[in-house]
Design a protein around this ligand. Sequence first.
Ligand SMILES: [Ca+2]
Length: 299
Amino acid sequence: MGAWKSLFAVSVLVALTMASCRKPAAPVPPGGAGVPPVTQTDQSAKHGQDAHAAPGVGAGFMPAPAAGQQMTLDLGGGVEMKLAFIPAGEFQMGSDSGSNDEKPVHKVRISKPFYMGLTEVTQRQYEAVMGSNPSYFKGADNPVEQVSWNDAVEFCKKLSAKTGKAVRLPTEAEWEYASRAGSKTAYCFGDSDSGLGEYAWYGNNSDSKTHPVGQKKPNAWGLFDMHGNVWEWCSDWYDEGYYGKSASDDPTGASSGSSRVLRGGSWLNSANFTRSATRPWLYPSVTLNSYGFRVVFAQ
Ligand SMILES: [Ca+2]
């Protein structure tokens, strides 16, 4: 186990200790900051030209949506979920300067466009679908946490039944592709973590708690909190050596395993854990107050 993996294990222990020792933070009132409005200008990705354009949709010559273009799912009870259009394309997955499981850097093609939640699933959204809220840090617009991978998958099944869309967790390839949003650097904005506080709630600025989603800067495809706030479950089984044998088109992870992949770091972690390429893992039944998720569905 590498040094950073040990750090991850320590961070998990810290989270468990905090979960068992600390009193919950003061609730954030419903209708708090929420997701700021996204303008037409914001909807056009600054780096969208790096990705291959998706084929046109619908009849005639209707162009594909621009990267980051939003659509809304109705969750019932007046609760909505906004998702951003993620175009098909290619990217270099992994990092040569990260831990062993991030190597080798390899070309991955995402062959089909998809929509991805603008934010982590909030407590308001989770409760609208599941009828419960297991979160430690209460707040309707804060990300839901203390959800296991199994819980997240169940949420996706119920939301699929409710909306008629095939809602699911992202693969880690889809997650990293969307987090990079055309960038080739450690973070969506560059290699230095000096600007991370503008994009992420993480160990240096979180005051040891989650924050309402969508308060920091989005990446070039309009996605918020890909770095930090809560870790995000991905669909893949974790395999440390997977990148050495991964399919180049739409990889879906190992065919079996004992742990599922998490991405993006959290309120608890140092900058290094919030990089686009970082890929920790944990058992699918584990719940922690730094673990949440966001959803996707294909066209
Ligand atoms: Ca996150």
